[in-house]
Design a binder for this molecule. Sequence first.
Ligand code: GDD
Ligand code: MN
Length: 409
Amino acid sequence: MLITQHNNLLSVPLGSLQVPNCPPIFQTNPNGNAPPSSTQFVQFSLVIPTYNESGNLEKVIQLLSRLLDEVLPDDYELIVVDDDSPDRTWDLARSLISSYPHLRVMRRQREQGLSTAVIRGWQVSRGRVLGVIDGDLQHPPETVLKLLEEIEQGADLAVASRHVEGGGVSTWSATRRFLSRGAQLLGLMILPRVVSRVSDPMSGYFLVRRSAIAGQPLHPSGYKILIEVLGRGIIDQIAEVGYVFQEREAGESKVTWRQYRDYLHHLVKLRVNSGRLGRLRQHLSFPIRRFIRFGFVGLSGLVVDMGALYLLFDLLGVGLTRSAIVAAEIAIINNFIWNDRWTFGDLAREQREGRMVIKRFLKFNIICLMGLILKVLLLNLFFNALHLNPYVSNLLAIAPSPSGTSGLT
Ligand code: GDD
Ligand code: MN
C-alpha cells in the first residue's frame, strides 16, 4: 500500500478494510518533507479515533507520549484518525506534530465511523502491535503499559476490561450500565463463541498483534471493533487488564441508538460468516455477496430486455429483430452500470476516470456481442420457424447465450 503525506496529513487508504502484513510504502510528499522514517516496522502503533475531541486531544497525546517515550523510545507511533470534526480536531492534531514527532494524523472526509477509522489507522501504521484508545481520556492512558506487557508475554490480544479485577465504570447512569450489559448479553446469545472469549466485548481499548489480523478481510460496522477482531482474527491467547472507565472532561459521547442498531447488525453478520455459510465461503473463498449481487443484476437485465422489446415491438411497431438488438443493448448498458457500480464497485473504485469507464464499457460490449448474435439467431428460429410467441421466443433466446444480456458478467 502506498501512503503519501501532504501538509502533515496522511492519505486515507481506499478499498477494502484489510490490514497489510507489512508497513506501507511512503511517497515523499510534493513539498519535500518526508514522513517519519520510511517503511521499517516500529514496535507499537496506537490509533486514536476522534470526532470533536479538541477539548481532550492535547492531554491524551501528552500523557501517552510521556508514557511511551519511557518504555518504547523512538519505537512507537500515535495515529489520530479524525472524521473531519466540525471542531477541527484534525487541525489541532496536526499542529501538535511539531511537539510530538511520533504523532501522525489522518483526516477522513469521505468515510465515517469509529470502527472503520480504527482500521484505516491500522492500515497506514508500522507497528508490529496495533492498538486503539479513545481520544477523550475515558480510557486511562497508563493502562496501555500493562496491555503492552501482556502482549510481550505472548498474548495475541490484550483487552482493557471494565469487568475484571481492577475494572469498573465511574458514575455511569443506570441506563447506560443496563444498555452496556444488555448489549453484552445479546452478543452472548447471537455470537457465543466470540463474545464469551472476553469479559468486556464492548471495550474500545485493546492491543492486538498485527500478525493476528493482517490479511483478514474486516467488515466492522458501528463502534464495536473488538468483536470484529475476535470474530475474524487468528486469536489464540487473550489477556485482560482491569481499568476504570473515566468520566469525560470535555465534549460528549457520540453513542446513539444507531450504534446499538449497528452492533446488532454486526453480530448477525459475524454469525452468518462464522456459521456454515461462512465456512463454505472461507473454504471455497467464494465471494457469496458478489455472486448474489451479480444474480440480481442479471435478473434486472432480463426485465429491462423484455420491457424494451415490448416498448419497441408492440408499442412502436419496430421490426422484431431490430427491437431485439436494441433491447439487448439497453440491457447491456443496464447491467454494465449496475455491475460496475455495485457488484464490482469496490474493485472499480480505483479506476473511476471517464476514460477507464468507457474502456471497460467497450470491453463489456465486445464480451456480450457473441451473446447478442446468438440471441437474435435463436429468437428468429423460435419466432419464425417454430411460430412461438415473440416474448417467449425472446426469453428462450436470452437464456442459453454464453453471456446473454440478462446474465452479463
Ligand atoms: N474517527 C471517528 N469517527 N471517531 C469517533 C467516531 C467517528 O465516527 N465516533 C466516536 N469517535 C471517537 C470519539 O471521539 C472518542 O475518541 C471515541 O471514538 C469514543 O467515542 P465516544 O462517543 O466517547 O464513545 P463512548 O465513550 O460512549 O464509548 C467508548 O468506550 C466504550 C468502552 O470502552 C467507545 O470506545 C465504545 O466503543 C466502548 O465500548
Ligand atoms: Mn467516550
